[in-house]
Design a binder for this molecule. Structure first.
Ligand SMILES: Cc1cc2nc3c(=O)[nH]c(=O)nc-3n(C[C@H](O)[C@H](O)[C@H](O)COP(=O)(O)O)c2cc1C
Length: 259
């Protein structure tokens, strides 16, 4: 039997799936494991949407930078940072009256609560990834979830204090799957003893060397090194611009006081 560390070592982002539904018992285990993740204040400031509907998956695949494999995944989980539930409960608990009677200002969810909810959502998601892996089910994060907020808000009936931050596709590994691990940067450039250290020019060039080797000399981006390549491909891309626009809207929605 594979050890837990072997499993972490060999996990990859899976973007092609066996044509087989995920067993309800497996999906339950994945969701249960997500809910066992650490959570700030043990308050679980997140919600999980389970998406199996074909039409919704198609819309997601198109609205998440046209990644067609998303539509092929048997199950998608979306993790929302969620303060709506707590604030609805506060209403049930007569919090505004309580604040008035006790000389306190009633405070709506703020950036700190968003940060904790976002942390909760990501941590729960990673538990789901590991649980799935242990069941022979691969997964892939989809960062492009945060694009096209207006569409997603409508599609998933989101309310003010629910923010769609993490999306994962799930499916069994296909029988003919050949694992190809992606490389990681050297530990010396990522892990520092006791305090942060900026890397010097030589270290930076060395760190990105292996990525640079993979750029074709005839790349269409006109890039001479990995820095130029990744800047053009990501930072200067349309999808990154859309992420920024959409995320700003989400944050404004969250912070806007609608008492
Ligand atoms: C926050 C986040 C967003 C990601 N978004 C995408 C995505 O939109 N599409 C995709 O194919 N992979 C996405 N990935 C997967 C990464 O590309 C992948 O983790 C990375 O290339 C390392 O490969 P590995 O997971 O196989 O080790 C995302 C990963 C993370 C953590």
């Amino acid at each position: 039997m594979k050890s837990f560390l072997d499993m972490l070592e060999n996990r990859v982002s899976l973007r092609r799936y066996k044509d087989k539904d995920i067993k309800p018992s497996d999906l339950n285990k994945i969701i249960h494991s997500a809910m066992r993740a650490p959570t700030a204040g043990n308050l679980m400031h997140y919600s999980i949407l389970v998406i199996k509907n074909k039409e919704k998956k198609k819309i997601l695949s198109e609205s998440c930078d046209n990644q067609s494999f998303i539509a092929q995944a048997p199950v998608i989980l979306i993790f929302l940072a969620d303060l709506q539930r707590m604030y609805d409960y506060f209403e049930v608990c007569d919090l505004k009256k309580y604040c008035e009677n006790n000389n306190m200002r009633f405070k709506n969810p703020n950036l700190a609560s968003l940060f904790l909810g976002a942390g909760d959502a990501f941590i729960a998601a990673q538990n789901a990834v590991i649980a799935a892996e242990s069941l022979g089910i691969g997964s892939c994060y989809i960062g492009d979830l945060i694009e096209n907020y207006e569409l997603k808000k409508d599609l998933f009936n989101l309310s003010q204090y629910t923010m769609p931050l993490v999306m994962l596709t799930f499916g069994y590994y296909p029988d003919d799957f050949k694992k190809r691990k992606s490389n990681r940067f050297n530990k010396e450039y990522i892990v520092f003893k006791e305090e942060y250290r900026r890397l010097d020019e030589k270290e930076l060039i060395d760190m990105y060397k292996r990525r640079e080797e993979r750029i074709r000399p005839d790349n269409k981006l006109n890039a001479e090194n990995f820095g130029q390549y990744i800047y053009k491909k990501k930072i200067d891309s349309k999808f990154f611009e859309e992420m920024e626009r959409s995320l700003k809207l989400m944050v404004i929605d969250w912070l806007e006081n609608r008492e």
